[in-house]
Write a protein that binds this ligand. Structure first.
Ligand code: GLC
Length: 426
């Protein structure tokens, strides 16, 4: 009896090993990436071409669009030192933390030409202890999308230059447009409690002359400029509201985009990816959308947060040469050009910006290059994610009308100082 059970469990174990090894097949390269459904579909097609060219099979591990959730998934794999994913995309906001944990494979020995990419971005985000640890697949910056047709209809030739103008235009246009569409709002933006809120807050704060940190070790969160900006953000939702009441509960990139896409908003704050989708053949707002730098509290003082996603190789990958080949493929001129043409993204490679096809398809790119060049990075510190969590919690308290801007920012400042003390940072 025992002998039989022993024999049986042996067979089962053998079967399980076969199954785990894909019945003796080659291990597959894995690429972890998140995004909107059209972006993931596009990655699938790129991977199919990569396989056709190289014979290397790749599995796409899908993630959501939410940066905070994406980070959790990646942390699980890297902390566990798992061989998969081999290649992944990291947000510019937290690539520093991953590099400092020594989880990323240096790319210098794989014949990658760092000079083909924006030098400032490579220095800011992709270099750690003089080693190249990633490449910018694309660069993001916050932009203002507006309904050109509606501004025209109500007598405005240009998009707002200041936050005051934005409110005034929305207040004038809202009542008339609501008669036809009761779901119509003035301005939609990322106000939910997640990383996107910090990107939006940094834009409002900087455009009032404020910001989160001076240098990397001095938090200046409760300064008057930030208080003024946070009051403005809260009033968008609560005082003569021009932003919807679910701004602080639900509004992330895709919720915001869909709202504007379906014709329910006059202004939208979003990243460049929304441009291609708003102008897609089946888009209700196709041809009616304008794009501009974000307003400031005074003209010309608008600010855009630096975002973007960087392609890296895990140090624990068991297919490093194949992983390097995939990184080179996705950052090649041909693919970077397609990312721009098909998705409206801003490539990390500089040569694509001089390409005639790219400029013809996206003329706004030329004017907006300035916005990306001046984009404001989030603090580049290894404990940034903890700072972000603190800021998210307190800024959200004001947006939910549970605390005044003064209280929230004072609390955030104190908590960040406590955190720094606990890390021994003076
Ligand atoms: C975009 C940006 C990224 C940012 C995120 C916030 O994906 O590229 O840098 O952190 O939005 O939601």
């Amino acid at each position: 009896m025992f002998k039989k059970m022993f024999y049986l469990s042996g067979i089962l174990l053998f079967a399980a090993i076969l199954l785990l090894n894909g019945c003796g097949q080659q291990p597959r390269l894995t690429f972890m990436v998140g995004g909107a459904p059209n972006e993931l579909a596009f990655f699938e097609s790129l991977l199919a071409s990569f396989t056709a060219e190289t014979g290397v099979e790749v599995t796409l591990i899908r993630q959501s669009t939410d940066s905070t959730q994406r980070k959790q998934g990646i942390l699980l794999a890297l902390r566990g030192q798992r061989p998969d994913p081999d290649v992944m995309l990291l947000d510019v906001a937290w690539i520093g933390q991953m590099a400092a944990s020594k989880w990323l494979e240096p790319l210098d020995s794989y014949e990658i030409r760092r000079q083909d990419f924006f030098t400032s971005i490579i220095e800011l985000a992709d270099t750690y202890e003089n080693q190249l640890i990633g490449l910018p697949l694309y660069i993001d910056g916050g932009l203002l999308y507006y309904r050109r047709d509606l501004l025209d209809k109500h007598g405005y030739q240009n998009p707002p230059q200041t936050w005051g103008e934005l409110r005034q235009m929305a207040e004038q246009i809202l009542p008339a447009e609501r008669e036809q569409n009761p779901n119509f709002w003035g301005h939609v933006w990322q106000g939910a409690q997640y990383e996107g809120l910090i990107c939006n807050a940094l834009e409002f704060f900087t455009s009032a002359g404020g910001g989160f940190f001076v240098g990397t070790a001095t938090p200046v969160i409760d300064q008057p400029a930030n208080i003024k900006a946070l009051r403005y953000m809260s009033e968008l939702i609560h005082k003569q509201p021009i932003s919807p009441p679910n701004t602080f509960t639900d509004m992330k990139e895709e919720e915001v985009r869909m709202n504007f896409h379906n014709g329910n908003a006059l202004f939208e704050r979003n990243w460049p990816y929304a441009w291609g989708l708003h102008n897609a053949a089946d888009s209700p707002v196709r041809g009616k959308v304008g794009i501009a730098p974000l307003p400031g509290f005074t003209p010309g003082k608008g600010a855009s947060t630096l975002g973007g996603w960087h392609i890296v190789m895990s140090r624990f990958s068991d297919m490093k040469p194949e992983a390097a080949a995939l990184i080179k493929y996705l950052t090649s001129t041909t693919v970077q050009k397609q990312l721009s043409l098909k998705l409206g993204w801003n490539p990390g490679r500089t040569d694509v910006y001089d390409d005639a096809d790219v400029l013809a398809a996206n003329p706004a790119l030329k004017d907006l290059r300035q916005v990306f060049n001046n984009a404001v990075p989030r603090p580049i510190i290894p404990y940034y994610s903890n700072v972000s969590q603190i800021l998210q919690k307190h800024i959200s308290a004001t947006l939910a009308n549970r605390a005044t801007p003064e209280e929230s920012l004072k609390n955030a400042q104190n908590e960040v100082l406590e955190l720094m003390k606990s890390y021994g940072i003076k």
